[in-house]
Every structure is written in structure tokens, then in C-alpha cells.
Design a protein around this ligand. Sequence first.
Ligand SMILES: Cc1ncc(COP(=O)(O)O)c(C=O)c1O
Length: 390
Amino acid sequence: MKFSKRTSYIDISGIRRMFELSKGEGTINLGLGEPDFPIPLESKEAVRQALDADFTHYTPGKGIIELREGIVKKLKRNGISTDSEEIIVTSGASEALEIALLTLVDSGDEVIIPDPGFVSYAPLTRIAGGVPVSFEVKEDSSFEFDPAAIGEKITDRTKAIILNSPGNPTGSVSSKKAVKEIAGLADDHGVYVISDEVYDEIIYEGEHYSIGRYTDMAITINSFSKTYAMTGLRLGYLQAKLEVVEEIFKIHQYVQASTCSLSQAAALAALTSESDYTSGMVKTLGKRRNLIVDLLNEIEGIRCLKPGGAFYVFPNTAELGKSAELAMSILKNTGVIVTPGTAFGKGGEGFIRLSYATSEENIIEGLKRISEYLNIYMEQTIRGKGGYLK
Ligand SMILES: Cc1ncc(COP(=O)(O)O)c(C=O)c1O
């Protein structure tokens, strides 16, 4: 065999597939997982200054100390008591997820993941040689993670549980009670909880509870990608107890050495700024959330819950057919990109994901096109009993 088995176990993500199909002019992209905001002004200035000062060499492997100290303060606000040695600055939450899994998982070990859940969890588990075991995330419980459903999946091969609140693709926010119960499971069974908290500050209702407050078995992962719209600067971090971090660091030093110095300067400026950058962004996103939920619920055949966090809606479209076919026909007939729910696992069948991290104009125009198209479709099929989605 020419390539490793590893790559044969994984596939190109469903999100990327939709992008590749969408080169046409006039396309409206409701598939994007990134805020359409520029990074904070302070960060732009910090990068310019860092460049002028030739701050362009390797940094310490765990990241510059000022940034790690800023991260410690931020995590303290989330109730996690830690210090700068327990932090590794990574190339996005993506690297953090990968090196955490590579550190915990041996061949055949199990990792419990949400379904539907973020696209990387299953492939990264497989890349590490592990077996993803999914627990159901259900619409009728507002897509909240159910500790009992997670508990049922724990076996003596379980190494980790992946938690994600606020969650992608559903935007659901875990309650304090659920987070505490999951922490209890981790302690009782001696399994780690990899807590992906990249949307912790993008929250409209309820409060964010970091599981690291309640258990030493937590590996907390976060990112500058969403909070400061720095997706292209590829910067995130992880935090855990020192003995865990030292093991994870062995992998980080070989795959990454250190992260981009200029990105670290940008992140430091954002973290230490007095401006209310993120709360301003969340206010705008909150208005868009209300708009998109209302517009979706006006469409026959669609039912959409109002999510408490992140910047996605995950409407039920089961009446309109299979998710992948629906997403494809919406793209072909309207030029609007949405993501099929099945890109996030089997449990996403009957749903599509739309991102509202785009302008109000795009949301209004995109939903107008989808609504008009689906009206015609309903006429031809369900109401008219003939024809199929083309
Ligand atoms: C839940 C979740 N985790 C991790 C990531 C990856 O973030 P990063 O850009 O920091 O690698 C994303 C990006 O979409 C995400 O939605």
C-alpha cells in the first residue's frame, strides 16, 4: 500500500466539500465557521510593532511568558486556577486537540464524542489510532449534552470524553449541573475530559461553565480564532495539570516547536486590551441570531431552535429530505452554501447548519432565496405530490 492506513480512515470534511463546489459569482456563504470581523485594532498595531522590532524568531516552546500569563488570568475568570507552566500555546485549538489526543490515546482506545459534533473529533481520534464512540445529542433536549448518555458509553477502553460548550454545530450551552456531573464521571472512571471551549465568550443566554473548575482530569482547550476573529493567525492554547501538560509538550515540541511569534503578539494585545471588542461582536451576532431564527421558522418544513451560544443554527429539515441532498440542491438552485448536518455525524441527518457570522444583508438575501426555492419545492413535492429536488 502506497500510503498509511491512517489516511484511508479519514475523509475530506463535509464543510470543505461544500466550499469547493461554490466558486460561482453571487454565492452567499452561510457555511463559514469564522466571524466576519477584522481583528482588534490593538492586535494590528502590535503585529506592526513586533515586525519592526524583528520579533520574528522562535519563541519559547510553550509560548511567550506574557501571553501565557494573560491566559492564566483569563482562565481564572472561568474559575480555573492554574499557572503559566500549565499552559501550551498551540497553532489553533486544532493543534491542541490533536496533541492532547496523541498523548492520551493508544491503538484501540476509545474517545467519547458528541454526535452531531465538531468535524475534527472523530478524524483526530482515528489519526491517533483510537476509536470514536459517539453519544447522541438530541434536538428534543435542546441539543444539550446528557451526562447519562455519556456515562453509558464509558468502558475500560475509554481514555477521554470530548466536551464542547457552547457547541458546534448546534450552539447549545451546557448547564452547570451537566458540567459538574460529567466532571464526576471523569473522576469516578479516571478518564480525561478534553473540553473544547473555543466559543466560551460567544454566549447570549446562560453562562459558560469550564469543567476545569470541577475536576483535575480536565484538559481545557481554547482559541483566539473565534473570540478575536483571528482564524487566519492560527493561535490557541491548552491547559491541564502540570504532569499532563509535560507529556503533551513532548509532542508539541516535535510537531510545532513554537507557534508564530507575530500571532502571539497579536493575541497578547487582544487579551490585555481594555476595549470591549468581544462583547461588541457578540451584541452584533446576537441580533443576527434572532433574525436568522425568525426567518428560518417562517419557512414551511423547517423548525429552528434558538441557540444560546456560538454562531450557528441547526434547524430540523427532516421533512425536506436527506441533509446532503438538501444542502446540495439549495446550493445548486439558490447559490447559498449551507452545511449538511451529516458533516457532523450520523446524528446530524435531518438537519442543516447555517452560520450567521456574516452580514445581515447576506442573511436576509440568503434566506429569501432559500425560502423561495423551498416554497416551489414544497409545491412540487409534498403539497403537489410529484417531482423531486433537482
Ligand atoms: C468547536 C471547535 N473547536 C475547534 C475549532 C478549531 O479552531 P482553531 O481555528 O482554533 O483551530 C473550531 C473551528 O471551527 C470549532 O468550531
